[in-house]
Design a protein around this ligand. Structure first.
Ligand code: UT7
Length: 333
């Protein structure tokens, strides 16, 4: 029998650099409240959101991704030609095909890497981190660019009380590469497809094709059940990620959860009994919920503000439409 060579990869993987892009237009709560019969106070109290960023027409998914990725590559000290794989987590690329990862890879000047999109909603970035780590350790790639990007303002119904104030735009990116020591812990991930209707595009593209007069499809969410699920079930997932990484809450330096709601962030920290010393990302106040982009945006901000420093541990927990979730402990680059 003929045997074939098996792939061989690096012993470990880690995040080498982070970058992000914040759209220029700041949208305060006051701009949205009239259309949804709400108030600045209600939005702040129930979600923690004070303002969010919405992209201008020039700030496309491609443009924001390229800006975030260039910054991540520069900080990682990795040249475009060294990138073997580009993963783009997004739900707001408006073409069914091709994936936007290929044109982003081309604009970045990479040398024809594998490039494809990940459809795992708000958890897409953490799915990408896990895949990147496995690709590098399995020998399929040496450097992987993982981008989380959204222009959710294109998919938001400004008259929907449950979502108009939540969703926002932005991009974050990391370069993942080989490491001598573990830099990305085991992933804890999964799905609950029986609850897929809780967050969904209001109409599928096939139906929309014959109902164009109804306007563009938009994201619809039954917020309260999602809120309760995220606040309780995700604490167990986060704890499992700590356990599988072999650390306790006392050994954790930073907590960077998906920025969905400030009350969810607080509830998770409480349920997991994170000590006061753990630095918590609260980017949602200024950025709203940017889905797949929220974790790299929040991490980049913590690093820029000196709140997260190289070598520290950080716990990611992400959850969203599907329902899907993913969590892992990483070492800050
Ligand atoms: O990123 C993907 C994952 N997504 C999430 O994790 C989001 C999870 N969900 C949430 O963040 C929260 O459910 C929301 C912020 C969306 C809503 O907060 P809530 O505490 O779950 O509010 P609720 O839907 O239970 O509504 C409470 C009350 C209701 O009034 P009554 O029945 O108590 O009189 C609503 O009619 O608030 C009312 N309400 C509003 N009032 C002012 C609902 N939306 C609004 C609004 N402004 N925009």
């Amino acid at each position: 029998m003929t045997t074939i060579s098996a792939p061989t990869g690096a012993a470990h993987a880690r995040i080498l650099g982070v970058g992000s892009y914040r759209p220029s237009r700041v949208v305060p709560n006051a701009e949205l409240v009239e259309a949804i019969d709400s108030s600045d106070e209600w939005i702040r109290t129930r979600s923690g959101i004070v303002e969010r960023r919405w992209a201008t027409p020039e700030e496309t998914v491609q443009m924001m991704s390229v800006a975030a990725a260039r910054s991540a590559m520069e900080r990682a000290g990795v040249e475009p030609a060294e990138i073997d794989c580009v993963l783009v987590a997004t739900v707001s690329h408006m073409r069914q095909t091709p994936a936007i990862a290929t044109s982003i890879a081309a604009e970045l000047g990479t040398d024809h890497p594998a490039a494809f999109d990940i459809s795992a909603a708000c958890a897409g970035f953490c799915h990408g981190i896990s895949m990147a780590s496995d690709f590098i350790r399995g020998g399929s790639a040496r450097h992987v660019l993982v981008i989380g990007v959204e222009r959710l303002s294109d998919l938001t119904n400004l008259h929907d009380r449950g979502t108009a104030f939540i969703f926002a735009d932005g991009a974050g990116a990391v370069v993942v590469g080989p490491s001598e020591t573990p830099g990305i812990g085991p992933v804890v991930w999964g799905s609950e497809g029986e609850r897929a209707e809780l967050i969904t595009q209001n109409v599928d593209w096939l139906t929309w094709g014959t109902a164009a007069e109804k306007g563009l499809p938009y994201l619809a969410m039954d917020g309260n059940p999602v809120f309760r699920w995220a606040s309780f079930a995700m604490a167990k997932i986060g704890q499992e990620a700590l356990d599988r990484a072999g650390i306790t809450a006392d050994q954790l330096d930073c907590f960077v959860p998906h920025q969905a709601n400030m009350r969810i962030i607080d509830a998770l920290a409480r349920s997991m009994k994170l000590p006061e010393s753990v630095k918590i990302a609260r980017d949602i106040a200024e950025m709203g919920n940017t889905s797949a982009a929220s974790i790299p945006l929040a991490l980049d901000r913590m690093i820029a503000e000196g709140r997260a420093t190289s070598g520290e541990t950080a716990l990611f927990i992400a959850f969203g439409a599907g329902l899907v979730y993913a969590a892992q402990v990483i070492v800050v680059p």
